[in-house]
Design a protein around this ligand. Structure first.
Ligand code: SF4
Length: 233
């Protein structure tokens, strides 16, 4: 029996939007195998000693380079060594230390508000639950996931611009339109014990090889599994 044109076209659309689970699973396996071998250690480039310093650094890093944040935080942490000290500071006090990063006024307000809420609502401890973290000023889902994974070693996938772009180019995500959709697709296939490493693999690959405007495909070790390159052939 011949398929009707409409049925055939619906089936083709289905194939385009629903990747073969084996194929995508193989792609994830190749991604994990490659980076496990070539980048077995991967961690944040932000300098921090504890969850308090990490959350401050991550809030400062929005739309700013880690290098710039690392220049700012030593003096900031010397003046405000813990949540209690920062909670006593006004946004204007904090602004003096962070003027050289992007959006300093907003970030100074967020840091002051975050420290006060942590002091008043969480006994001075940076929370380790997503809902509690995202209740803090200046802390969105991405920042909260960084704190969970980096400070508390809880499997979580923080999706920044690098993770979003590289995951899509590699074909690890399909049709994801938002960071949340990217996160959901990645956590579906990446095992918990590789989640935090995979977050850093995607960031570092995006930062140093798979640049937004000019990806350095000639020097990319995972070109053979890159969907972006497959499509160009
Ligand atoms: S081959 Fe090019 S586009 Fe694909 S992941 Fe590597 S650098 Fe990025």
């Amino acid at each position: 029996m011949r398929l009707s044109t409409r049925l055939l076209s619906n089936y083709c659309a289905f194939l385009k939007t629903k990747p073969n689970p084996m194929k995508i699973a193989e792609r994830y396996k190749a991604f994990i195998d490659y980076f496990s071998e070539h980048m077995p250690q991967a961690e944040t480039e932000l300098h921090y000693q504890n969850p308090y310093e990490l959350i401050v650094a991550v809030i400062l890093s929005a739309q700013c380079t880690d290098k710039r944040v690392n220049l700012i935080t030593p003096a900031l942490f010397e003046r405000y060594p813990d949540v209690e000290a920062l909670a006593e500071a006004s946004p204007e006090d904090i602004l003096e230390f962070i003027r050289s990063c992007s959006y300093p006024n907003n970030k100074a307000k967020h840091l002051a508000g975050m420290a006060r809420k942590v002091r008043d609502d969480f006994n001075g401890r940076i929370p380790d639950r997503l809902e509690e973290l995202t209740s803090l000023p200046g802390v969105g889902r991405k920042t909260a996931n960084v704190i969970l994974s980096v400070a508390y070693k809880i499997p979580a996938m923080a999706v920044d611009t690098h993770v979003f772009r590289v995951a899509a180019r590699l074909g690890l995500t399909r049709g994801a339109k938002t960071p949340y959709e990217t996160e959901m697709q990645l956590i579906r296939y990446i095992p918990d014990d590789k989640m935090n490493l995979a977050h850093h693999w995607l960031i570092l690959h995006g930062r140093y090889v798979c640049h937004a405007r000019k990806p350095d495909c000639d020097h990319c070790g995972i070109r053979s599994l890159c969907r972006h390159c497959e499509k160009k052939k």
